[in-house]
Write a protein that binds this ligand. Structure first.
Ligand code: FES
Length: 158
């Protein structure tokens, strides 16, 4: 019996509660600590075998959509390869904001990352800086997942 990661209420992918389960990959292909992308039509799903159980979310960083499947997993925390953001799959929240700064899920602003002991880095004004400043990191949304006869199945809306 494989544990499933319990996720916070209200964070189910819209429509996924009624979606049929579809085979994703053998559980044996996702050892503890592994991340894998599985694609259903136009949807890329990230399967994560965390230390608290198995879960399925979009394979898109909650910051700017980079593929988390080529990041790394430490316990329940997945690290994005693009801007250094780290996100907790157990809570759905960021534990380290991306180096670009921006908005937390609750809308509070986080400045551009500055190395310790350095003066805060100036973000040159302009539309790109404005886009970084206004990008809100969202909380994860979760797909229902289960294991049947050794095969991981995910409920993905059509
Ligand atoms: S896209 Fe993942 S931290 Fe920016």
């Amino acid at each position: 019996m494989t544990d499933l990661l319990p996720f916070p209420p209200g964070l189910l992918v819209p429509g996924a509660g009624d979606a049929p389960f579809q085979a994703a990959l053998p559980l044996a292909d996702l050892p503890p600590g592994a991340l894998r992308r599985v694609t259903f039509g136009e949807v890329d799903v990230l399967l994560a075998r965390t230390d608290q159980g198995l879960c399925a979310v979009d394979d898109r960083c909650p910051h700017m959509s980079a593929p988390l499947s080529i990041g790394s997993l430490d316990g329940c925390v997945v690290a994005c390869p693009l801007h250094g953001g780290r996100f907790d799959l157990a809570s759905g929240d960021p534990v380290q904001m991306p180096t670009t700064g921006g908005l937390r899920p609750d809308g509070t602003y986080e400045p551009v990352w500055t190395p310790p002991g350095r003066e805060p880095k100036e973000d040159p004004p302009g539309p790109k800086a404005e886009a970084r400043r206004l990008t809100r990191v969202r909380r994860f949304r979760y797909y229902p997942v289960r294991v049947v006869d050794g095969i991981i199945e995910v409920a993905v809306p059509a």
